[in-house]
Ligand binder design. Sequence first.
Ligand code: FAD
Ligand code: NAP
Ligand code: SF4
Length: 675
Amino acid sequence: MSQPYKHLFEPLDLGFTTLKNRALMGSMHTGLEDKAKDFPKLAAYFAERARGGVGLIVTGGFAPNIEGWLSPFGSKMSKKSDVKRHLQVTKAVHHEGAKICLQILHAGRYGYSPLCVSASNIKSPISPFKPRALSTKGVYRTINDYANSASLAQQAGYDGVEIMGSEGYFINQFLVTHTNKRTDEWGGSFENRMRLPVEIVQAVRREVGPNFIIIYRLSMIDLIEQGSSWDEVVQLGKAIEAAGATIINTGIGWHEARVPTIATSVPRAAFSWVTGRIQDHVSIPVVATNRINDPAVANDIIERGEADMVSMARPFLADSDFMNKAAAGKPESINTCIGCNQACLDHTFGGKRSTCLVNPRACYETELNFSPTNNSKKIAVVGSGPAGLSAATVLAERGHTVDLFDKASEIGGQFNIAKKIPGKEEFYQTLRYYDNKIKETGVNLRLNEGVNATALISAAYDEVVLATGITPRKLELEGADHPKVLSYIDVIKEQKPVGQNVAIIGAGGIGFDLAEFLTHQGVSPSLDIELFNKEWGVDSEYQNRGAYGYAEPEAPARQVTMLQRKDGKMGAGLGKTTGWIHRASLKMKNVQMVRGVEYTKIDDLGLHFTIQGGEPQVIECDHVVVCAGQLSRRDLLDDLQGAGITTHLIGGSKLAGELDAKRAIREGFELGASL
Ligand code: FAD
Ligand code: NAP
Ligand code: SF4
């Protein structure tokens, strides 16, 4: 068989060293970097990815000094005493045949710390701390700190460093007038503003010698007003090359940019065009990044000549074996990153250890393992939603005999509804993965079989896992059975016709998704880069600074009003890093949000309510769609337990409140590992 994805698997000669393929595992802060005691876990996590075939790994960010901390007492590489613990990481990765670079990240005004510094003392809109403007001397000292950090990385056995110059961090803050109001040699003209990154790369190169990889992460599209112009990006790229960088990696958008750059609603490879533009201006290898989660997409980028390498970060959390599976021509067996951010970035920003919604073993490699069973049992798993799928496949992989029942004609439970939401098309990939995994592990799949307790008892299972999910909560309200009342299942799954004016009761995750579903028409912008750029104002002609123009969203397909009883912020429970995207998207679609309501009744006119005992109000509408939360479905439990069968509950059948696929899959994994 010829090598599949041959461009992705072509070695890359860097002169003094060769990378075995064109895949770079991009930097992610997992939380394991922050404490010395977690380094054995960090080493195991990276070693598993190295074993999985990736050519080059970049660590999470390490600050060159305490002013550059992401958060107090966070990861830092500034002292000789920091070196020893890193040796575990570099040895483990080298043992598995990959190379690894340490990322040097100075957070600047994004530092969640009162010690933070920046070019000027201008607070970022996403941080509570106002930075101190670094003195002229302080800038020189910081350059030395970068060089010192790189030298320590070299002593710790790293193959190189990545200098983080993008995403709105410290270096970026010097580059643009938006954040740099200095009048010394580090401010004013672009030549002065770009001196910082250029002098950092020069100082690092002097310190580490010629045979050490220096990756510079260059912000190629800031996506903020007064961001860099394209000419400035090119000028900087050339200067970085001349200063001694080995590779230029791409940075997309500042963290404070109001354009989604990595969420699931961003089309795959939506920003590789910008890396393609710089290719002609520099001669060192360049790396494309953002929303590349599939070997064919990665291969195409290199084949099209947009980049020499491709950076994937979250896809290696989702599947450490991504590259080996691609090399073997088995893309169907890859557990694809769905871009949800729920267990990775949301955890990082919540101060929790990162992991992955579709792969709860990520960052738990030493703690959650599936050893073969020496007591094989006959087990029924009822329900093939995310919880049932993960439990059934782990149990079968470990050597149990597993029957997986679902009354539906396809696996996936609620994921079959989620995948129909514009912007959530990636959720289909998890079902494709499990479809394949069921075959690989030998799970006996029995679709169209709504089982009852009697059938399970008479089949004499040793144990039963109930993963029967939820039922939508029904309204207890006058007119709840009015013909204009629909459930989200009627609308999204059953595709029942919906009128032009709609009220949605409930503004949780499903209410937001339903509003998205009802207001979009035509092709989903997540599947079309041009539509996406238009919707969010990404200027692919790069006429404006920061390539940030005026958004021209499609007109909404319907007039939608969302309501909730709580008086708090609408969508407060949405993801930390994605909630703003959902809110901004619905705002563009002119969705009205009404909070603090008390529902009165539904009748021919529409939905009646009051706000805090005020005047009665009515939304005249064609339909009222109910997204009022969910209740556990566990009707088989009592009979099974009564018959003395050991029965386990996971996912929605265990607890409907606070349910999401992250919990459902994790509970399936944990139970699967324990029986
Ligand atoms: P379910 O997915 O509900 O699966 C239960 C299964 O059991 C069903 O297939 C059902 O047919 C089967 N079943 C029930 N009774 C029987 C029986 N007696 N015999 C046989 N089979 C039976 N979560 C996230 O984390 N992120 C998101 O972005 C997200 N978006 C969503 C968007 C929408 C529109 C919806 C509806 C849900 C979304 N969710 C999301 C929620 C997520 O899908 C659920 O949390 C998850 O599916 C729960 O998994 P589960 O396995 O517990 O139950
Ligand atoms: P939810 O997030 O709990 O929201 C339920 C909504 O219904 C709330 O707005 C609640 O607000 C309202 N409500 C509750 N009881 C009600 C009642 N008796 N009458 C009227 N309104 C009532 O649940 P969900 O939207 O059904 O989502 C289910 C799960 O799927 C969630 O836990 C979520 O995590 C997951 N999910 C996640 C995403 C995501 O993007 N991460 C997307 C979709 C779903 P008030 O009580 O204030 O009225
Ligand atoms: Fe990808 Fe979601 Fe896993 Fe993060 S949690 S790696 S976004 S699938």
